[in-house]
Design a protein around this ligand. Structure first.
Ligand SMILES: [Zn+2]
Length: 327
């Protein structure tokens, strides 16, 4: 039997052969609640606090040659490795609480986020997270349709099926948090103030109607925000995620939280960097050329690298293809 150091959960043996990870039957929970076990684990880690915390961003877990895809095999093996090294997830809300109190973060902790609400969150990621007792926050692009019908599925996005109400509720019962990601996945920096409110409040209301609980976190589409959209986010949410490549630290703005996109962890070897002391340097090294590109890129071109942008709205004149995006 393998023993999860993060949650005190017992699971069947995790088989790792030729780089492939397989799972046994679902594990049984011991007497303590997940919350108590998390508190205990965090207490144990209190003597080994860290000045920084990675917030990882995934989109779809599939084998397509797309910048929003992460291979399910890479995800499974990466999470298995993190678990084996004693890493644990903390909810985004908990990470922001540490930030607001000026506390350092638990050692070997990280946050998982999934943008957009693709169905692979339920079919590929959720079973793995359940197996290891890990949490995540899923930011949902709701579409504009009425989702009060209990079995409604979110409208197809980027040619991929999205989550349904029952799937979201099942994951919520399994410890997954949900945040808002607008109605139409539009670049908020290009919208008038009233449209920003509609995008934020509308998606928040729709998700709350599905889950029956408050939605308190937000992720900017494409990670793009400006002073106006961040100010509006403060009215509706307790935190918001950007696409700024970096780790959370005492300098982080709760309304422009740094993240590490799965693009930078797209192979098993890159994912494994997370468990080494090289990881903060790797993130820093990848951010330097990224910032330089942005500094020398005409602002109008920046968001056009995103395939979702082309999917959700007309491609602006002069748009060009690109290799990289986040959001
Ligand atoms: Zn997105």
């Amino acid at each position: 039997m393998a023993h999860c150091p993060a949650f005190g959960l017992r699971s069947t043996q995790v088989l790792e052969r030729n780089g492939e990870v397989s799972f046994g039957p679902a594990r049984k929970r011991e007497d303590d609640t997940t919350e108590k076990l998390l508190e205990r684990r965090l207490g144990e880690a209190a003597g080994f606090m860290s000045a920084s915390l990675p917030v990882l961003t995934f989109h779809a877990l599939d084998d397509r040659a797309s910048v929003i895809s992460c291979a399910p095999r890479v995800f499974r093996q990466g999470v298995a490795r993190l678990h084996a090294r004693g890493y644990l997830t903390i909810p985004l809300s908990q990470a922001v609480a540490y930030l607001r109190r000026g506390h350092r973060f638990p050692d070997r902790a990280f946050v998982l986020t999934f943008d957009d609400g693709f169905q692979t969150m339920y079919t590929q990621a959720f079973p793995v997270l359940q197996h290891y007792g890990m949490s995540a926050t899923v930011f949902i692009t709701t579409g504009t349709a009425d989702l009060r019908e209990s079995a409604a599925r979110l409208p197809t996005f980027e040619g991929r099926p999205m989550l349904s109400g029952p799937e979201m509720r099942e994951m919520q019962r399994g410890g997954i948090e949900f945040g808002a990601h607008t109605l139409t996945h539009t670049d908020l920096t290009r919208l008038p103030a009233e449209r920003i409110r509609i995008e934020m409040a509308g998606s928040k209301d729709r998700i709350e109607s599905i889950l029956g609980t408050p939605v308190t976190s937000f992720a900017y589409p494409f990670g793009r925000s400006d002073a106006r959209s961040r100010e509006t986010a403060r009215e509706y949410f307790s935190c918001a995620c950007s696409d700024t490549l970096g780790l959370l630290s005492a300098r982080s703005d709760p309304y422009a939280l740094e993240r590490v996109d799965a693009y930078y962890l797209r192979t098993t070897r890159l994912f494994a960097l997370m468990t080494t002391r090289l990881f903060p340097w790797y993130v820093f090294a990848r951010n330097v050329p990224r910032q330089l590109r942005r500094a020398f890129t005409v602002a109008n071109f920046v968001t056009r690298d995103c395939p979702l942008a082309r999917g959700m709205r007309p491609t602006p004149r002069g748009a060009r293809g690109g290799r990289r995006w986040s959001g």
